[in-house]
Design a protein around this ligand. Structure first.
Ligand code: BGC
Length: 447
C-alpha cells in the first residue's frame, strides 16, 4: 500500500492559454495567426474556461480534489503598457472564488508561457528592464487577488520557456541556438521572480511565493566522455538553472559567464514546484537524425505515450520524480509536484504513469522529503502549444467541437486514489508494469 499524509494536496494544473480560449491576445495567439502552430490547429474556444469554467471545476470537485492550479493571462489584464483591464482581473477573481467555493485551494501562476504582444515586441525577457515590467503586473494581480489566494507561482518553467524559445525555435520568438540569449532570458526571469516575490510579500505578508521548473531525466546513452559531457551541459542549463540561481545567484558553468548574476534571487522562494514528465537519452549528434534534435532521442523500446507530430514526446518515466525531488530538496523548502502526466489519447499508459509516479511520491514522503502535493496535468484535454489538439493530456477526453467531456479510466483511477488518500496493493500490482507499445494515433481532430 502507498499512503499519503492527511493534509496532502491533491490537484490538477491548468493554464490560461490552454484552457480559456476566446479572444486571447498574447504572443502565442500571434504565433498561431502566423500559422506557426505545427499541427495547424487553432486554440479556438480551448476548454471554454473564459466563458464557462464551472463545468470542469465541478469535475475536479467530483474527483475529490482539494487544490487547483490556474494561471492568469497577462495580455488580458494589461493589453497595452500600463493600461489595465479591470473587467479581466475581475473575471479572474470570480474564477478563484469559484475554485474556493468548491473546497479547493487555488494556486495562481502569473506567467505560464504567455505575455502581451507589446511585451514580446520589445524583446520579452531579453531587455534588462523587463523584470520591472513583470513586477508591475505582479503587483496589480496580487493587489486584486490577495484576499482570495495566497499560493503564487511567479513563473511556469523558465527553463522550457528559454530553451524552447531561444535554442530549439519551438516557442515564440522561434530562435535557434542562441546560447547567450537563453542564459540572459533565464537570468532576467529569475530577477523578475525576485522582484515579484518582494512585491507580493509586501501586499500579502502570509503569501507563499515560488515557481515551477521542469525536470527532464537526462540519460547519457553511453559511457563515452562526449555523450556524458553533452548530458552534463544539458542538465546544467535545463534541469539545474533554477536550482543554481536560488543557491548561488548565478547560472552553472559555462552558462554563468554569458549572463548577469542575479544575487537578489538567492534563497528567494517559499516553495518549489516540479513539473516532471519524461526521460530523454543523450548521444553526441553524429548523424542527421541526432543533429536535428541536438542529440536527444528516445529508444524505440522505451515506454511512451503518443508521439508529437515530428518528434517523440519523451519516454514516460515515473522515477523522474525521485531525482527531481532529491535534487531540489537542496533548497530546503516545501516541494509540490506541480505537473505530471502523459499524452495518451487512448489512456493506454496513463494509469501506469499515475500509479507509479504516486507510489514514488509516497515513498519520498516516507523518506522524509517535504513533499506537500501532487497536481496532475490535467483535468481535461487542452491546447498543447505547437502540438495543438494532437497530444491529449486529459483525465477527461474533450470533444472540442461539442465541448463534451468523457472520463477516461484514469479519471476513475485518480478519483479512487484521491478519495482513499492511498493506493491499494491491488492497484499497485495491477499497474506495476507499462503496457506494451501500440495504438499510436497522429491526427489532431479539431482545427
Ligand atoms: C507545461 C504545460 C504543458 C505540459 C505538457 C508542461 O511543460 O507547463 O503547459 O501542457 O508540459 O506538455
Amino acid at each position: 500500500m502507498a499512503t499519503f499524509p492527511d493534509n496532502f494536496l491533491w490537484g490538477v494544473s491548468t493554464s490560461a492559454h490552454q484552457f480559456e480560449g476566446d479572444g486571447l491576445l498574447n504572443q502565442w495567439s500571434e504565433w498561431e495567426r502566423q500559422a506557426r502552430i505545427r499541427s495547424g490547429d487553432s486554440c479556438g474556444l480551448a476548454c471554454n474556461w473564459w466563458n464557462k469554467p464551472e463545468a470542469d471545476l465541478s469535475l475536479c470537485q467530483d474527483l475529490g480534489l482539494n487544490a487547483l492550479r490556474i494561471s492568469l493571462d497577462w495580455a488580458r489584464i494589461e493589453p497595452a503598457p500600463d493600461r489595465w483591464d479591470y473587467a479581466a482581473i475581475d473575471r479572474y477573481c470570480r474564477l478563484v472564488e469559484a475554485i474556493r467555493e468548491r473546497g479547493m485551494r487555488p494556486f495562481v501562476t502569473l506567467h505560464h508561457f504567455t505575455h502581451p504582444n507589446w511585451f514580446e515586441a520589445r524583446g520579452a525577457f531579453l531587455p534588462s528592464d523587463s523584470p520591472e515590467l513583470f513586477a508591475r503586473f505582479a503587483e496589480f494581480a496580487a493587489s486584486h487577488l490577495s484576499g482570495l489566494c495566497s499560493d503564487w507561482l511567479t513563473f511556469n518553467e523558465p527553463n522550457v520557456y528559454a530553451v524552447f524559445g531561444y535554442m530549439f525555435g519551438e516557442f515564440p520568438p522561434g530562435l535557434r541556438n542562441r546560447v547567450r540569449d537563453t542564459a540572459v532570458v533565464l537570468a532576467n526571469i529569475h530577477r523578475a521572480h525576485a522582484l515579484a516575490y518582494d512585491v507580493i510579500h509586501r501586499i500579502q505578508r502570509s503569501a507563499s511565493v515560488g515557481l515551477a521548473t521542469n525536470w527532464v531525466e537526462l540519460q547519457s546513452a553511453t559511457f563515452s566522455p562526449t555523450d556524458r559531457l553533452l548530458a552534463y551541459l544539458y542538465d546544467g542549463v535545463f534541469n539545474r538553472s533554477t536550482l543554481e540561481l536560488f543557491l548561488s545567484g548565478g547560472l552553472q558553468f559555462p552558462f554563468g559567464a554569458l549572463a548577469p548574476e542575479v544575487p537578489e534571487v538567492l534563497d528567494k522562494t517559499d516553495f518549489i514546484g516540479l513539473n516532471v514528465y519524461n526521460r530523454l537519452h543523450v548521444r553526441s549528434p553524429w548523424n542527421d537524425a541526432l543533429r536535428r534534435t541536438g542529440g536527444l532521442f528516445v529508444p524505440e523500446d522505451a515506454p511512451q505515450g503518443d508521439p508529437g507530430i515530428e518528434l517523440p514526446y519523451g519516454e514516460a518515466y515515473p522515477d523522474g520524480v525521485i531525482s527531481a525531488v532529491r535534487e531540489y530538496a537542496r533548497l530546503h523548502v516545501p516541494i509540490y509536484i506541480t505537473e505530471n502526466g502523459v499524452p495518451d489519447r487512448d489512456d493506454r499508459i496513463r494509469p501506469w504513469v499515475l500509479v507509479q509516479t504516486l507510489r514514488n511520491v509516497s515513498r519520498l514522503i516516507s523518506e522524509g522529503f517535504d513533499l506537500r502535493g501532487y497536481f496532475h496535468w490535467s483535468i481535461v484535454d487542452n491546447f498543447e502549444w505547437n502540438e495543438g489538439w494532437t497530444l491529449r493530456f486529459g483525465l477527461y477526453e474533450l470533444d472540442c467541437a461539442t465541448q463534451v467531456r468523457t472520463p477516461r479510466r484514469s479519471a476513475h483511477l485518480y478519483r479512487e486514489i484521491v478519495r482513499a488518500n492511498k493506493i491499494s496493493d491491488e492497484l499497485l500490482s495491477r499497474f506495476s508494469e507499462p503496457p506494451a507499445a501500440g495504438g499510436i494515433l497522429l491526427s489532431g481532430g479539431c482545427h
